[in-house]
Design a protein around this ligand. Structure first.
Ligand code: C2O
Length: 534
């Protein structure tokens, strides 16, 4: 194992896309930001220096941060923000995981432009559990606003209305050809006939779940969220924001140019940026003017495509990479998640959009919860987050009147090494929507999913406790549910939220507090001396 040193300078840089230029916040001046490469077991040290006028934090999305929660990054959950002019050393070790992840800013909407790939290679000498690719390519999917996104979110918070949708979907920073604008603003993946490539696809978009497709080429999925899967072949990938999919691509078609398309998924009437991001797969030795082979993109509401993809994911569950699914349950939790409307005197229309878990909209504290927990500071949070909603009802039918969201900064407390089953139920208070939900600090196993109301008698009988996919972010289907299991073996405070930034902003978030154990390696490490103050 070695130490990997990185310098992340947060700087403003002008960027031109869609024929318009704006200053954006970046790491080291690039969009997407620098790729972080390491091997399993390495110690990663990232020195972040904040040269911009915004507060900044970085989250290493999917990195377990075993006992190092101080480096996890969500503002006011594990750390106070790094203020203008300050710096902070993120220090963590990559234990027990290998594959593709992402890093991103975790404060306000800065992650729109402040994000990049994390590639964790296996330990030296350890092969992949699939054929060695000829080359590896990182493909970061993003979303672009012509306007300043900090202004977009500020305006939305003030008016209580949904924020403006984005103006483009991007592939490695490129939206694709724009009429009457630059003709070559498209990402191109160059391949050689007969070779196999490993594509590390990352959805770093802000508010859109995305389909990913390459004309005439199937992909073999081998890993998601840095967990190996049983290989399966598909013509379409489906990724929510925060999710990653690593897949093998065989360049086995005729020499030519093939479209790569990323398009949004939204199976309700909620406003969405319906534009397709375009790139090209291009065989070497192609003549300058080869015609492009096009691809049929899935419909924006192609729910069956998302279900087939999700249901095809299975843990590799080999001798070397076993799926250790918890078989007994200490905490059986039922969380409803959804979007609603609350009265608001100062808002446009006298109401504002809110989002909640068990009808509680999470209010961000002004001191980091992990610090409050560690130092025993009172009054920052309460530990009475409910294990289930106060009023049970038909979650996917017409909601009872008077179901209103309450505010609170509540955590759910878990004893060290206890096991959790969490059923996440989408509700239809306003709009049934698909929610990519993310847990910090631990992966989980997706043991079941379904449409309609979760049935506590019948549905658990169908759970997959043998080889369920392991991941850190999972889509909860529209007006449906997803069941996950995990072991609380990482002491600290761990954020749990919808990874659609608009829903996080509206309050669809909470945190788990995992207590220290008694053994020598069962406590969170002491905080670093340069931890920012609030
Ligand atoms: Cu990638 Cu808390 O998020």
């Amino acid at each position: 194992c070695r130490i990997r040193h990185y310098h992340f300078n947060v700087v403003v840089k002008n960027a031109t896309k869609l024929c318009s230029t704006k200053p954006i916040v970046t790491v080291n001046g690039t969009f997407p930001g620098p790729k972080l490469y390491a091997r399993e077991g390495d110690n990663v040290l990232v020195r972040l220096t904040n040269h911009v006028q915004y507060n900044v934090t970085i989250h290493w999305h999917g990195v377990r941060q075993l006992r190092t929660g101080w480096s996890d990054g969500p503002a006011y959950i594990t750390q106070c923000p790094i203020q203008p002019g300050q710096n902070f050393l993120y220090n963590f070790t990559l234990t027990g995981q290998r594959g593709t992840l992402l890093w991103h800013a975790h404060i306000s909407w800065l992650r729109t432009t402040v994000h990049g790939a994390i590639v964790i290679l296996p330990k030296k000498g350890v092969p992949y559990p699939f054929p060695k690719p000829y080359k590896e390519k990182v493909i970061v999917l993003g979303e672009w606003w012509k306007a300043d996104t900090e202004a977009v979110v500020k305006q939305a918070t003030q008016t209580g209305l949904p924020p403006n949708i984005s103006d483009a979907h991007t592939i490695n920073g490129h939206p694709g050809p724009v009429p009457n604008c630059s003709s070559d603003d498209a990402y191109t993946l160059h391949v050689e006939t007969g070779k196999t490539y490993l594509l590390r696809v990352i959805n770093a978009a802000v508010n859109d779940e995305l389909f990913f497709k390459i004309a005439n080429h199937n992909l073999t999925v081998v890993e998601v969220d840095a967990c190996y899967t049983k290989p399966f072949e598909t013509d379409t990938l489906f990724l929510g924001p925060g999710q990653t999919t690593t897949a093998l691509l065989k360049a086995d078609q005729g020499i030519g140019k093939y479209l790569i398309a990323i398009s949004p998924f939204m199976d309700t009437t909620v406003a969405v940026n319906n534009l397709t991001g375009i790139g090209y797969l291009r065989y070497n030795h192609t003549l300058a003017f080869t015609p492009t082979t096009f691809v049929a993109i899935p419909a924006v509401n192609a729910t069956p495509v998302t279900s087939v993809f999700s249901d095809s994911l299975r843990s590799l569950n080999s001798k070397q990479y076993p799926a250790n699914v918890p078989l007994t349950i200490d905490h059986s939790l039922f969380f409803t998640i959804g979007v609603g409307i609350n009265p608001c005197a100062t808002c446009f229309n006298g109401s504002r959009a809110v989002a909640a878990i068990n009808n509680i909209s999470f209010v961000m504290p002004t001191t980091a919860i992990l610090q409050a927990h560690y130092y025993g500071i009172n009054g920052v949070f309460t530990d009475d987050f409910p294990a289930k909603p106060a009023i049970p009802f038909n979650y996917t039918g017409t909601p009872p009147s008077g179901v209103q969201t309450m505010n609170g900064t509540k955590v759910y407390r878990l004893a060290y090494n206890s096991t959790v089953q969490l059923v996440i139920q989408g509700n239809t208070i306003i709009a049934p929507e698909s929610h990519p939900t993310h847990l910090h600090g631990s992966n989980f196993f997706v043991v079941g999913r379904g449409v309609g109301n979760f049935d506590p008698e019948k549905d658990p009988l169908k759970f997959n406790l043998v080889d369920p996919v392991e991941r850190n972010t999972v889509s909860v289907p529209t007006a449906g549910w997803t069941a996950i299991r995990f072991r609380a073996d990482n002491p600290g405070v761990w954020f749990f939220h919808c990874h659609l930034e608009v829903h996080t902003t509206w309050g669809l978030k909470m945190a788990f507090l995992v207590e220290n154990g008694r053994g020598p390696n069962e406590s969170i490490e002491p905080p670093p001396s340069d931890l920012p103050k609030c």
